[in-house]
Design a protein around this ligand. Sequence first.
Ligand SMILES: Nc1nc2c(ncn2[C@@H]2O[C@H](COP(=O)(O)OP(=O)(O)O)[C@@H](O)[C@H]2O)c(=O)[nH]1
Ligand SMILES: [Mg+2]
Length: 257
Amino acid sequence: MVRGKRIAVVVPAFNEADKIARTIRSVPGFVDHVLVVDDGSRDGTARQAIRSARRGLEVITHPANRGVGAAIATGYRRALELGADATAVMAGDAQMDPADLPRLLAPVLAGEADYAKGNRFAWPGCWRHMPVTRFVGNVVLSGLTRLACGYRVFDSQCGYTVASRSALVAIDPDAMFARYGYPNDLLGRLARAGIRVVDVPVRPVYGPGWRSGIRLTTVVYPILFLLARAFLLRVGARLVRRPPARVASVPAAPGPA
Ligand SMILES: Nc1nc2c(ncn2[C@@H]2O[C@H](COP(=O)(O)OP(=O)(O)O)[C@@H](O)[C@H]2O)c(=O)[nH]1
Ligand SMILES: [Mg+2]
C-alpha cells in the first residue's frame, strides 16, 4: 500500500526463465500484488516465477502464446478484480528500473493523471544507452503517435506504465490489441476516453544479454494501421461532437434581369 492505495504490478513474460526471478525480486516491497502472466513460455518461466514465492505473487499462465498485449490485458483484468487503485506494468526481462516506480506512481496516486508512462528520451544521455535502430524507430513512431492521439507525450513504445482504476476501465482489457503495437492502440483508446496522460522520465535499460522479440519488419505495418485507425476515430469523434454550424440567413441572389 502507498498512501492507503492498493498497488499492483503486471509482469508479462514469454520465455524469460533466466530473468523472471530477478524481475520479481526487484519489485519494491510496497507493491501489494505482483501478477506474472506467463504467455505460453516453453522454458519453465512459470516454474521459476512460482519459486520466487514473494508476498502477493500470482502466476497466471496462458496455455498458448497470445502476445504481449494479451498478457498485459490478462494482468489488468486480475488487477481490477483485486481492487487495485494503481496498476503498473514491468516487463519480465528486468528492463525496467524499479527505482523509477515511485516517480511513475506519484501523479496517479496524487490524482493529477490517470495514466503515467515512462519517457526514456527525457533521461540524460538516453541516446548512449538505446540501440540506434530502437532510437530512430521510436522517434518516428512517437511523432506519429502524438499526431494520432493528440497527446503531447514522447517514447510511445515505452512499456513501463502506471494506470489508475478508471484508466483500466476506459482501456477495456478485453478489447486491447494482443501483440506489439498495444501501447499505440492503448494511447488511442485513452485519448478517445479523455484520460489524462503524463510522461515521467525513466532510465533506459539495455544491459548485457539484452534481446527483444521485436522485428521491425513485422511490427511496423500493424502499428501504422493502429495509428491510422486511432487518428481517424479521434478526428471523427471530434467532428461528430462539434456543435452544428449556425445557418446565417443569406439574402437571395438577385435573379437575372
Ligand atoms: N516477444 C514477446 N514478448 C512477450 C510476449 N508475451 C509477453 N511478452 C513479454 O513482454 C515483454 C516485452 O517484450 P520484449 O520482446 O522484451 O519487447 P521490448 O522490451 O519492447 O523490446 C517481455 O517481458 C516479454 O517476456 C510475446 O508473445 N512475445
Ligand atoms: Mg524487453
